[in-house]
Design a protein around this ligand. Structure first.
Ligand SMILES: Nc1ncnc2c1ncn2[C@@H]1O[C@H](COP(=O)(O)OP(=O)(O)OP(=O)(O)O)[C@@H](O)[C@H]1O
Length: 237
């Protein structure tokens, strides 16, 4: 385990409650995500992990409680109080996302998929393509930029998804079972490449996983059970 991160929170969640109809997905979660750490979120199926990640990232607004983002050198942002257009903007400028199934656009080449967030940021296409190609190379995919997602292996496609999530140099990468659909060799390969990149850049990672071997790559792990933090957990020291 690596613990070289500064022990200051980049995201603080307090008293998060969220329900879907009569299902209480979160029942009072407090969590500090520390700047620069790789945090694994574990727990049984249906325990509320994805709902928690979605609240932390401003994808959904919790029914109650607060999520505060502390960007280095800027005023803290009360994410949970922002209206959706502002949360969408923040997700684009400050956060990256990787899901279990890469969710690449099937009709676009690998390099075009990676360049989408840069183009949305207003980058010029030649610069976006060049930066995307460089990142694909760092992920061991040189020469594959012109392939369509359907022409790539699962592990290669997932590395493209990682490149797309990191190409804008986000402060926080949210990963929901990023290697859950891969065999153990491909999974290890994607994880090591992804974590090399984030540790180089100091990117904070919140990563949901069911797999103890995957969690072992993290600096710290927390366990969500029945919509609450597992026994013994304290949000801050
Ligand atoms: N959009 C939704 N509509 C209705 N119920 C939902 C919705 N999203 C989640 N839930 C319910 O909320 C609870 C928590 O779901 P969540 O997806 O956060 O759990 P999880 O720990 O991520 O599960 P898994 O490991 O299976 O992905 C579950 O009972 C789930 O069925």
């Amino acid at each position: 385990m690596i613990t070289n991160h500064a022990a200051t929170p980049i995201i603080s969640a307090r008293g998060l409650h969220h329900s879907f109809g009569r299902t209480e997905a979160l029942r009072g979660v407090d969590l500090d995500v520390l700047a620069g750490e790789v945090l694994a979120v574990m727990g049984p199926s249906g325990s509320g992990k994805s709902t928690l990640l979605h609240c932390l990232a401003g994808v959904i607004k919790p029914d109650s409680g607060s999520v505060t983002y502390h960007p280095g050198g800027r005023t803290p942002v009360a994410i949970s109080a922002l209206p959706e257009p502002k949360r969408a903007r923040l997700r684009l400028t400050d956060f990256g996302f990787v899901f279990q199934f890469g969710q690449l656009l099937p009709e676009l080449s690998a390099v075009d998929n990676v360049s989408i967030p840069l183009l949305l940021h207003g980058a010029r296409r030649p610069e976006a393509l060049s930066k995307s190609a460089d990142l694909l190379e760092r992920l061991g995919l040189d020469g594959l930029g012109s392939k369509l997602p359907g022409e790539l292996s699962g592990g290669q496609a997932q590395r493209v998804a990682v490149a797309r999530a990191l190409v804008t140099s986000p402060a926080v990468l949210f990963a929901d079972e990023p290697t859950g659909a891969l065999d153990s060799l491909a999974s290890e390969n994607v994880l090591t490449l992804m974590l090399d990149l984030v540790r180089d850049s100091g990117t904070t990672v919140v990563m949901i996983t069911h797999d103890a071997r995957t969690a072992a790559y993290a600096d710290r792990e927390v366990i969500v059970r029945d919509g609450a933090m597992g026994a013994g957990y304290r949000a801050s020291a």
